[in-house]
Design a protein around this ligand. Structure first.
Ligand code: ADP
Ligand code: F6P
Length: 319
């Protein structure tokens, strides 16, 4: 039987991680479990930065951005000796189960611990929405809202000067932030992994808009795909549009989580504890068609993300 549960956040931080931490701790305490937190992700786990907490620890955190447990990236966690050390740290404190909040990389670390015999549960949190086993990761909707706030502001000034704005958004290798924000912002062009454009098409479309005296042109581009500064230079040369570049960067990861993310995180945190109570280990939590479900980690990691065909068609129809 699980008596003592620890929770950590790992990988890139995401708004709503605190709401998930709160839900895991409160759901565990409600069930009479002893709850622990680990600072700095897998790094803190290996270093033994592990502390027992009470309900007070979770007060006034649901609305805070970032993660109060801090996060880190620890490439050495792929090594067996490091993983064994992590399990020793947990066993030293009689901790029976670990809940890891993060993305696919965090899940891989959890899977390794599970294969070594340690009970784990994963909760998906990343602004990228790049975890195939859930419709939405915690943090995605907040980052999307942040991008929309930024693009609204860029549009104001872009319109005043009849400019083209090339805006790079995050996503690692997933186009969801670009696709969703393009629809919400009625971007003139969208360039992502799932929706690439050849340069000639871009120039032709922008030349047409320029000829029609369009007051602005918004081009949303996924990160890690192309050099947005180079693209902007070429747009100026080939279309005559005065063009600026905005790389939104880490501001997309900050800020208070949206109501959607707070509720998603609360439901997922509670589900993680429910799994542990039912002796279901080696699982990750997902939101699938509005239900909160638990899936085997291995199966989750093997899943491929579906391309959002209906959303891409919508972009093509409305742009
Ligand atoms: P995310 O969880 O957001 O995908 P990362 O890919 O940076 O973020 O992964 C977070 C951490 O998970 C890494 O820094 C590393 O400590 C651990 N991790 C990633 N991949 C593996 C792996 N294959 N095996 C064990 N641990 C891993
Ligand atoms: O995974 C979240 C994310 O913000 C990605 O969108 C981005 O590529 C990456 O993390 C940036 O990571 P770092 O925190 O190392 O700058």
């Amino acid at each position: 039987m699980i008596r003592r549960i620890a929770v950590l956040t790992s990988g890139g931080d995401a708004p709503g991680m605190n709401a998930a931490i709160r839900a895991v701790i409160r759901a565990g305490l409600y069930q009479g479990k002893e709850m622990f937190v680990i600072y700095d992700g897998y790094k803190g786990l290996v270093d033994g930065d592990i502390h027992q907490v009470t309900k007070e620890f979770t007060q006034d955190i649901i609305n805070r951005g970032g993660t109060i447990l801090r996060s880190s990236r620890l490439p050495e966690f792929k090594n067996l000796e490091v993983q064994q050390k992590a399990i020793e740290r947990l066993r030293d404190l009689d901790i029976d189960a670990l809940v890891g909040i993060g993305g696919d990389g965090t899940y891989r670390g959890l899977l390794d611990l599970y294969r070594l015999g340690f009970p784990v549960i994963g909760i998906p949190a990343s602004i990228d929405n790049d975890v195939a086993s859930t419709d939405y990761t915690i943090g995605f909707m907040t980052a999307l809202n942040t991008i929309c706030d930024c693009v609204d502001k860029i549009k104001d000034t872009s319109t005043s000067h009849q400019r083209c704005s090339v805006i790079e958004v995050m996503g690692r290798h997933c186009g969801d932030l670009a696709v969703f924000s393009s629809i919400a912002e009625a971007a003139e062009l969208t360039i992502t992994y799932d929706h690439p454009y050849d340069e000639e098409h871009i120039f032709k479309k922008l030349r047409k808009l320029k000829a029609q005296k369009k007051s602005h042109a918004i081009v949303i581009v996924s990160e890690n795909l192309l050099d947005v500064r180079e693209l902007a230079k070429k747009i100026e040369e080939k279309t005559g549009f005065d063009t600026n570049v905005e790389i939104l960067g880490h501001l997309q990861r900050g800020g208070a989580p949206s109501a959607f993310d707070r509720i998603l995180a609360s439901r997922m945190g509670a589900k993680a504890v429910e799994c542990l109570l039912n002796d279901q280990y080696g699982k990750v939590i997902g939101s699938v068609d509005e239900d909160i479900v638990a899936i085997d980690i291995e199966e989750a990691l093997a899943q491929k993300r579906d391309i959002h065909e209906p959303l891409l068609s919508l972009i093509n129809m409305l742009q």
